[in-house]
Design a protein. Structure first.
Length: 509
């Protein structure tokens, strides 16, 4: 610590006015925030490995030349065990999306936007960052290869699998491990593999722009690895839907920098790296949690096991013994699924404690509105003339569906029907013989049925449908009347009908 203060004094010309030790999770390095008398701050780092520090310093200077979003190295000690870097603040992406994570993976639009910004920037960092990079400076090795894969798989075996007391045949497992390692390294790739790309290692500025840190373990390797590392981070609780969206964002961004493989090939390769990354982090959680007794890593084991459980359901990995062993691992009593109650978000959004309506079982608890569960549904159906405007919604919900019937054949163009309405037999016969109105209503019925069914499930009390035509006399009246009767007949709920231009209103109960 004293030598770090001396380095700061050499760089700043004065001793720091304040020193604050920063928390660390998995690193063996110590971080300090050093503040000057004018309030400006830098981050001081004290490491135990000269090679690891050298890798960070070299990579940071290289990335800075590429104008990538990284901190700047300000000063370095002669032995490279201490250095100063710009202070990127205290808000990490991990902190910024804490609300969605605590709510079981129900992320807000703003939180999703931060994730999208980050995932779009990753290909830029991986591809442009690798150009002219001397990978011999990387720590602890320059390239992702079979030996490094086998090291991590054996790390999983010895630090997690054996600690779980699961019986397995080591030679059979080793054979599958070697085949797995060969497949993972079969595709040459010249990108920069970040290795520890996760939300904790992304800092955000005041505008929400991402800056990357802690890439000192990076090396040359496939870009799939970092995508798997980020999106299948155990504690993040990203839903399948959100993961698919972010994978698509990454794939589109990657096109700006390299020629991309087909979607099918990309997804197949990605699935291999998701499985590998899952085993790798379980090995780290086993060592840091079971042996070093660090609570954060112990708490991360159940969601990581759940990730593994869901991966194995894909049934797409050609390693029969390893897959069978992993399935048995997920079925051990200590890893049994424990349903957690839904949590309220700190930002005011609520999550449902029970299934208000069916959702995808892997999407987590759903948010719900103040209108859920309020009572029986009442449907209101209107016919109207566009000349007099769309009917107002007096329920306070802002209205519902508005259908334009003017694309269908108009009986009002013919003298025999001018004084009749869509409730009269001659008009009904004309419209149904013509058939256009029937095809139109088939589409309306499909929409209406789904909407009514969902509103009934959620206990909403009001739904509005409006049909407009030229005069509000023939086509709109026919359509409104038939939809009202269809809904009442199918669902048995109260339907209120109002043919506004005809001054006819009644209720089906």
């Amino acid at each position: 610590m004293q030598k770090l203060l001396e380095l700061y004094k050499q760089w700043a010309g004065a001793e720091p006015a304040r020193v604050e030790k920063l928390p660390v999770a998995g690193s063996n390095r110590d971080y300090y925030r050093l503040a000057a008398t004018d309030g400006s701050t830098v981050v001081g780092v004290v490491g135990t490995s000269r090679d690891e520090n050298h890798a960070f310093i070299y990579l940071t200077n290289h990335f800075a030349k590429r104008r990538l979003p990284v901190p700047a190295v300000l000063a370095v000690s002669d032995d490279e065990l201490r250095y100063l870097q710009t202070d990127l603040g205290s808000v990490s992406l991990f902190d910024a999306i804490a609300g969605g994570r605590a709510a079981g993976g129900r992320y807000t639009v703003k939180e999703k936007e931060l994730l999208i910004r980050t995932i779009r920037e990753l290909p830029n960092f991986q591809v442009r960052g690798a150009r002219d990079l001397d990978f011999s400076n990387c720590y602890p090795q320059p390239e992702f290869d079979e030996d490094s894969v086998l090291f991590d798989l054996n790390y999983f075996k010895y630090c997690f699998l054996k600690a779980a007391d699961l019986d397995f045949h080591e030679l059979k497992l080793e054979a599958n491990f070697r085949l797995f390692a060969k497949d993972l390294t079969s595709e040459p790739c010249d990108s920069f593999l970040y290795r520890d790309f996760q939300a904790r290692n992304v800092m955000l500025d005041d505008a929400g722009n991402p800056y990357f840190i802690d890439y000192q373990g990076g090396r040359k390797g496939p870009y799939y690895y970092d995508l798997a590392s980020f999106l299948w981070q155990a504690s993040a609780k990203y839903s399948h839907k959100l993961r698919r969206e972010l994978v698509a964002e990454y794939y589109q961004s990657l096109k700006n920098y390299v020629e991309v493989p087909s979607v099918r090939h990309f997804v197949n390769r990605l699935s291999l790296f998701v499985l590998f990354r899952t085993l790798q982090v379980l090995g780290a959680y086993g060592f840091r949690g079971y042996f070093e007794r660090k609570k954060h890593f112990i708490d991360s084991i159940p969601p990581a096991i759940q990730n593994l459980r869901e991966l194995l359901e894909l049934d797409c990995f050609p390693y029969p013994y390893m897959v069978d062993m992993l399935r048995r691992l997920t079925e051990l009593p200590q890893f049994a699924r424990i349903e957690q109650p839904a949590l309220s978000r700190a930002d005011g959004y609520r999550t449902a404690g029970s299934n208000v309506y069916e959702a995808h079982p892997q999407d987590g608890p759903a948010t719900f509105s103040k209108y859920d569960g309020k009572g029986p549904l009442v449907v209101r159906v209107f016919s109207f003339s566009f000349r007099n405007g769309i009917p107002e919604d007096e329920s306070g919900n802002g209205g519902g569906y508005v259908f334009d019937c003017r694309g269908t054949h108009n009986p009002g163009r013919y003298e025999p029907y001018k004084k009749l309405t869509g409730l009269d037999e001659p008009v009904i016969r004309f419209l149904e013989d013509d058939g256009e109105i029937l095809a139109f209503l088939d589409s309306v019925y499909e929409l209406a049925d789904a909407h009514v069914d969902r509103y009934m499930q959620r206990g909403f009390t009001d739904l509005m449908f409006s049909f407009g035509c030229t005069g509000g006399q023939h086509r709109s009246v026919y359509s409104a009347q038939h939809l009202a009767e269809h809904i009442h007949g199918k669902f048995g709920i109260e339907v209120r009908i109002c043919h506004r231009e005809q001054d006819i209103c009644f209720t089906l109960k």
